[in-house]
Design a protein around this ligand. Structure first.
Ligand SMILES: [Zn+2]
Length: 451
């Protein structure tokens, strides 16, 4: 109808934009953004590796207006104060590798043909809330059914359900028979809500990859996820084997970057990592079997390593009970050990590190358990925290909004009751969570005490 009558179409559009613009304008004039003063006893703002004592953050509405020493800020009588003067305050944490649709107690591949997409939706509501309560105020979701993560991002941004800010991918783009395909079932078995040629996932050849990238962008993804190599939690493929070719990945990167989207490449295998980096991807996910040449290439290209070095313990401890086939357990045992050793080599070499955990493989909300391993395998506590704040924000392309506590950024912050630079594990129990100036968790009594 819109295409036939451009005049009435334009008129209608004008009416619609008026209807959208008016209530927003009225709302702004009726309620000026409230000002909140946050007293931070110890502040790690993630712009450096150091703590600063006795600071105040002035929050106006959703964003930080000012950060300064307490002595320089006069808090007006009767102003709203959040007293975290006994706590350590940090930026809201960011996990660059999550699957909010996933449940870590449902490993049996038969579930892929038993669950409808609605099950994923229910999971997402619960998992998003748990993630936020754990202090993760932003996540990148790197793989779900089409287009779960886009819908979740919208529902959270509208304030309809609580959750972290979501940078959404579509389903990972994979070769036929690859890590993203459903292998080991009879032909004709489908798990998607679309026919195979429309599932937005499988692609063979550069032109097919180009089409899938464009389709995903059409439906609102923020980032493109590729399967460069085989995987651990899949049947019939080898983690070390290259899957998408260099030419296919180069096509995906060119298409994505042209529209301002970044590309994350799942890559365990040595050659697949190198070809993904040469093709220009922005992050290597997992990176398990990387060698020295791969490390040198990542440094030269400025590619982030986003290695999930905690979940190995969970998978080997619990997954069999929850239906993980023996083939996947065996792969995990080999790949998980090498991944940690190679992570330490990459850290020592100075590769850029972002915090990503593969949440959904283990229970959502336990994301911060990975900090312990990042320090154990070579990072300083401050470095590990910056991987989950300022560096993560850079990787997910949100550095203008989140990742540090500075004027202009969203008031996304967490507080803990001990020094995380002494014991990074304290981040497993955040006591206070604020996102966009709104308090979502307060075990300190700081926000209540102020009222
Ligand atoms: Zn993953």
């Amino acid at each position: 109808m819109f295409r036939k009558s451009s005049l009435s179409c334009r008129f209608l559009l004008a009416l619609i934009s008026l209807a959208i613009a008016l209530p927003a304008a009225f709302a702004q004039s009726a309620t000026p953004a409230p000002t909140v003063y946050i007293k931070a006893g110890h502040l790690f703002d993630a712009t450096s590796d150091r703590l600063r004592d006795n600071m105040v953050l002035v929050v106006e509405g959703e964003r930080i207006a000012k950060v300064a020493p307490a002595a320089q800020i006069a808090i007006p009588a009767g102003a709203e104060v959040v007293d975290l003067s006994q706590a350590w305050v940090l930026p809201g944490l960011i996990d660059c590798h999550t699957h909010l649709e996933g449940r870590a107690d449902k490993y049996d591949p038969i579930n892929e043909v038993k669950f409808t997409p609605f099950q994923g939706g229910f999971n997402g509501v619960v998992n998003a809330a748990k993630t936020l309560q754990a202090g993760f105020t932003s996540v990148r979701d790197v793989g779900s059914q089409p287009f779960f993560a886009v819908d979740l991002r919208r529902a959270i941004d509208e304030g309809f359900i609580p959750g972290p800010r979501v940078v959404a991918s579509g389903p990972p783009i994979s070769i036929t028979g690859g890590h993203g395909d459903m292998n080991g079932f009879a032909p004709g078995v489908e798990n998607m809500m679309y026919p195979a040629e429309r599932d937005f996932s499988l692609a063979d050849g550069p032109e097919a990859v180009r089409h899938q990238v464009r389709e995903q962008i059409k439906y609102g993804v923020d980032v493109i996820k590729l399967h460069a190599t085989g995987g651990v939690l899949s049947q019939g493929d080898k983690p070390g084997a290259e899957q998408l070719t260099y030419e296919e990945m180069k096509m995906a990167v060119d298409e994505a970057h042209r529209t301002g989207r970044k590309v994350a490449a799942h890559a365990h295998g040595t050659q697949g990592i190198k070809d993904a980096v040469r093709a220009g991807v922005d992050s290597i996910e997992h990176g398990s079997l990387i060698d020295q040449e791969g490390i040198d290439l990542m440094k030269a290209h400025g590619t982030y390593l986003d290695a999930d070095i905690y979940n190995d313990d969970y998978i080997l401890g619990k997954a069999v009970e929850f239906g993980l086939p023996k083939e996947m357990v065996d792969k995990e045992k080999t790949v998980g050990r090498l991944q940690r050793e190679n992570f330490a080599k990459a850290v020592a070499a100075g590769v850029k590190i972002a915090f990503g955990t593969d949440a959904g493989v283990y229970p959502h909300g336990d994301n911060a358990k990975q900090f312990h391993y990042m320090v154990k395998f070579g990072m300083t506590p401050a470095g590990a925290i910056r991987a989950a704040t300022s560096s993560a924000a850079d990787l997910i392309d949100r550095a203008g909004d989140v990742g540090t506590l500075e004027a202009g950024k969203y008031a996304d912050l967490v507080a803990v009751t001990a020094n995380p630079l002494d014991h990074v594990e304290v981040l497993e129990h955040v006591a206070f969570v604020m996102k966009g100036g709104k308090v979502y968790k307060d075990e300190t009594g700081a926000a209540k005490a102020a009222k």
